[in-house]
Design a protein around this ligand. Structure first.
Ligand SMILES: [Fe+2]
Length: 241
């Protein structure tokens, strides 16, 4: 089994609606370990009008978690990032370094409100690209305007965006409609990353193994390796995809 890299999870303790404390974070990392996840980018939410963890604290808390994990014999290597809820401030915040890109690379993980019109998503991505960043659309299967018109995914890729879907969506946790949308994208190889978006140790745990096996069987080993390892590794190395 190839190692897996998770680029989207809420495992950093006490900073958002993910893990509430160190104990839960370590338990989540143990689950990740059992799923052959060797590297994780911690992506706490960064939302307008919220108390967001600063980039300095992001690094500090990540190092603290890394130390505790190592002491517990957990082998995963952790990196800092954010899941950025797009607002008019986003580009300025990125330019001023007030929000984290993924592992210090040019790649940024961007989310939107589920009912945002496609035009707004497209404009936002254009602004992020123009500022010199490479946007990764977080859980593309959540945006109603895109789910009802999948051709928009191709448009976003053409613009220069990359596409992330959640493993749980592929595996049917959010119903047949969402799962069949994600599987159609996979069939056309319109997905660049499959991530856990883990928030807890239960229903939203960092589980990727079952999905990886499914993708290998259904779409081939080579594409699975790209989704779970090669593309995420290129983000960590800030190399092109
Ligand atoms: Fe998330």
């Amino acid at each position: 089994m190839q190692p897996t890299i998770d680029i989207h999870c809420h495992i950093m303790p006490g900073v958002d609606d993910g893990s509430p404390d160190m104990k839960t974070s370590l338990e989540m990392l143990r689950i990740a370990d059992k799923n052959d996840i060797t590297h994780l980018i911690l992506t706490p939410h960064h939302k307008p009008m919220h108390h967001n963890v600063s980039p300095e604290h992001n690094v500090l808390y990540r190092k603290e978690l890394q130390q505790n994990a190592r002491a517990e014999g957990i082998r995963a290597k952790l990196f800092s990032g954010n899941e950025i809820y797009y607002s008019d401030e986003t580009v300025d915040e990125l330019m001023r370094g007030e929000v984290c890109s993924l592992a210090g690379s040019d790649y940024v993980l961007i989310e939107f409100h589920p009912t945002n019109p496609y035009k707004a998503i497209q404009n936002a991505m254009y602004r992020v690209l123009t500022a010199g960043f490479i946007p990764i659309v977080a859980h593309v299967e959540r945006y109603s305007d895109i789910v009802t018109k999948p051709v928009h995914v191709e448009d976003l890729i053409e613009m220069g965006c990359l596409i992330q879907v959640n493993a749980s969506s592929i595996m049917g946790k959010y119903g047949f409609g969402i799962s069949s949308f994600t599987r159609k994208l996979l069939k056309k190889e319109l997905v660049h990353f499959i991530a856990s978006d883990a928030h807890d140790t239960g229903n939203r745990a960092p589980q990727l193994l079952e999905c990886r096996k499914y993708v290998e069987k259904k779409y081939g080993d080579e594409y699975a390796k790209e989704l779970f390892f090669t593309n995420p590794a290129n983000v960590l190395r800030n190399e092109s995809i």
